[in-house]
Design a protein around this ligand. Structure first.
Ligand code: IPE
Ligand code: IPE
Ligand code: MG
Ligand code: MG
Ligand code: MG
Length: 307
């Protein structure tokens, strides 16, 4: 093993967007199976030290709701593309997400011991390997985008931009450093959430649109709305649910004095904000036909999730 000249066996080659966009839509279960097998094959060829390989697999392959790749797949299908075409972008975004969670849980950030119902990566493997596993997942995400056929360059650019935005959001969430014109707490909070969480969710919509051969920004309003909504729900769950329900420690935000929707505007107003964002997202899908129905159902589910 050289660790030097590896080309990972990433997810299967993307095929071009479908010209038979009226073919039956796959079920959520079959999409989920496909996401799992594509993620599995994306790490299969990684030529890295065995302990790093184990940490990467632990972070990427064990659990997780797979919301972002599901959004990418459903966005692509809603716009007339195929599941095959959607997989590289979908898996790339999930690799970045997994990296973001590993680093988010580190003692220097949120200092969490539990994730997806198990010890966090630094608890299981030590801090140095957790940091390095996050690094490896980030590079893997870019390698995976290389399989996105003719949209691989634009897919990589979308994933890289969203990754940088996520990192900036984590900086604001952890250390501050807001732009001078963003002064009001609610504006600061929206900015944090749009960056640390919204950016990757919007990128999921964008890679799905690219895979379908649609304009990249076709679902941007939708992506903005569900991206912010997803983190408002996460803030609410942090206040209202148990470790058994969440698979991660609740109450961490309040304990750390974090700026969150419930801490700033209360639980009831946070719930109204979730509903407002859900409607905004649905509005942006209004012009799409019934191939967008599962995407609408996904949004409905995300607004009401309990973990
Ligand atoms: C958790 O994301 C981190 C946030 C951005 C709120 P998810 O709730 O999607 O986490 P997994 O992937 O299902 O564990
Ligand atoms: C999630 O923020 C943002 C990223 C991981 C980039 P949180 O810190 O609220 O996520 P959880 O609650 O630990 O999953
Ligand atoms: Mg955090
Ligand atoms: Mg956290
Ligand atoms: Mg949280």
């Amino acid at each position: 093993m050289s660790y030097m000249h590896t080309t990972p066996n990433t997810s299967p080659d993307a095929r071009p967007a479908s010209d038979d966009s009226r073919s039956p839509l796959p079920s959520d279960d079959s999409i989920r199976d496909r996401i799992e097998s594509s993620l599995e094959s994306s790490v299969k060829g990684l030529d890295v030290a065995p302990e790093l390989d184990r940490a990467v697999r632990y972070a990427l392959l064990n659990g997780g709701k797979r919301i972002r790749p599901m959004i990418a797949a459903r966005a692509c299908l809603a716009l007339g593309g195929t599941l095959d075409a959607a997989m590289p972008g979908a898996c790339a975004v999930e690799c970045v997400h997994a990296f973001s969670l590993v680093h988010d849980d580190l003692p220097a950030l949120d200092d969490d011991d539990v994730r997806r119902g198990r010890p966090t990566v630094h608890r299981a493997f030590g801090e140095s390997l957790a940091i390095l596993a996050g690094d490896a997942l980030q590079t893997l995400s870019i390698e995976v985008t290389a399989r996105a056929g003719e949209s691989s360059g634009r897919t990589a650019a979308v994933v890289a931009e969203a990754t940088r935005e996520m990192i900036v959001g984590q900086v604001l969430d952890t250390d501050g450093g807001f732009p001078a014109e963003v002064v009001e707490p609610i504006d600061r909070l929206r900015l944090i959430h749009r960056l640390k969480t919204g950016a990757l969710i919007k990128a999921s919509c964008r890679v799905g649109a690219l895979a379908a051969g649609a304009p990249m920004d076709r679902l941007d309003r939708f992506g903005d709305a569900i991206g912010l909504m997803f983190q408002v729900v996460d803030d609410v769950l942090d206040e209202t649910r148990t470790v058994e329900e969440l698979g991660k420690t609740p109450g961490k935000d309040r304990e750390a004095g974090k700026l969150t929707f419930p801490s700033l505007i209360g639980l009831e107003a946070s719930q109204r904000e979730i509903e407002r964002l859900e409607h905004e997202a649905m509005d942006d899908l209004a012009a799409l036909d019934d191939r967008a129905t599962p995407l609408r159902e996904l949004v409905h589910h995300l607004a009401r999730r309990t973990h």
